[in-house]
Design a protein around this ligand. Structure first.
Ligand SMILES: NC(=O)c1ccc[n+]([C@@H]2O[C@H](COP(=O)([O-])OP(=O)(O)OC[C@H]3O[C@@H](n4cnc5c(N)ncnc54)[C@H](OP(=O)(O)O)[C@@H]3O)[C@@H](O)[C@H]2O)c1
Length: 269
């Protein structure tokens, strides 16, 4: 996929992986539409890209609401044209056991990333199909391949995003639209774990064997996945090695995740 000149819509562009990807793609000549709820943060990213000579547009929107996704789609298609690249990086939600999770939070976990990605893709898909060219990349969680305890709603929502991504690839098989499931390891400088309290401590200890990466390294991984039109991409490579191990030895992987993962207090399991 050619990056310079491509119109790229990025959700979750106000922080973390989405923001780093927007800056990286803007620097490489993509025309970037930045989407998230916080206007001020988006305008800052827009300013950084423009100051470096790139093109960017901040579009504040709550993607858990289909009408907001539609408003974004109408504006982009009317003002800028059909996107070549869609990056789904909006995501939120704390890690909890199912019965610890308030109902509203459980629904919120599905809103972003799953519904946000589904609404956004749905809005642009007809035009992208007409153009018969493009790339859709979802920032998925390793939790949709290697499951761990104490994050039930989070894991299920990430499976939903991963499932959407795989299903879209099947739907789009005969077209020239490509679809990628991108899996980053733990991001050392993301806001995710400060915004979702008591979540970081639930990462299974076995996960420490996989080196952390920065959001910039994740963004470079996304660039590589785009350039190679990859179906699936992992950063760092140790995550892929773990994934392979878990596929070959699922019972061992299950045991390691459980024995080094979150436990109930008082112990109920
Ligand atoms: N951090 C990690 O270690 C890690 C590792 C693997 C996978 N991931 C996955 O990658 C995704 C992004 O993580 P991150 O580390 O970049 O997190 P982050 O820094 O918290 O960024 C999340 C982004 O999503 C946006 N967002 C949340 N709800 C939204 C909504 N309703 N509408 C529009 N935008 C919304 C946030 O912006 P606003 O608040 O401004 O709306 C923010 O820009 C998540 O799904 C996460 O599960 C993260």
């Amino acid at each position: 996929m050619k990056i310079p000149g491509s119109l790229c819509v990025i959700s979750g562009a106000s922080s973390g992986i989405g923001k780093a990807s927007a800056l990286e793609l803007g620097q490489r000549g993509a025309r970037v539409v930045l989407v998230a709820r916080r206007a001020q943060e988006l305008e800052q990213v827009e300013g950084e890209i423009r100051a470096a000579g790139g093109q960017a547009w901040a579009f504040p929107a709550d993607l858990s609401r289909p009408e907001e996704a539609q408003r974004l789609g109408d504006w982009v298609l009317h003002e800028l044209g059909t996107p070549e690249i869609l990056i789904h990086s909006a995501g939120a939600g704390a890690w909890r056991f199912l019965d610890e999770t308030p109902l509203e939070a459980l629904q919120g976990l599905m809103d972003t990333p799953y519904f946000a990605a589904a609404y956004l893709t749905r809005v642009f898909l007809p035009a992208m199909l007409q153009q018969n060219r493009g790339f859709i990349l979802s920032v998925c969680s390793p939790a949709s391949r290697l499951v761990w305890p104490g994050a039930t709603g989070y894991v299920a929502a990430r499976w939903a995003l991963h499932g959407l991504t795989e299903a879209l690839r099947a739907d789009l098989y005969p077209t020239r639209l490509r679809v990628c499931a991108f899996f980053p390891g733990k991001i050392s400088d993301s806001e995710y774990f400060t915004r979702n309290t008591d979540t970081e401590s639930r990462i299974p200890r076995i996960g420490r064997l996989i080196p952390e990466i920065t959001s910039q390294q994740a963004a470079l991984g996304i660039v590589r996945a785009l350039e190679r039109e990859a179906r699936v991409w992992f950063v760092p490579w140790q995550l892929q090695a773990f994934d392979l191990l878990a596929r070959c030895l699922p019972r061992l992987a299950e045991h390691l995740a459980w024995s080094s993962g979150a436990r109930r207090k008082p112990q109920g399991y």
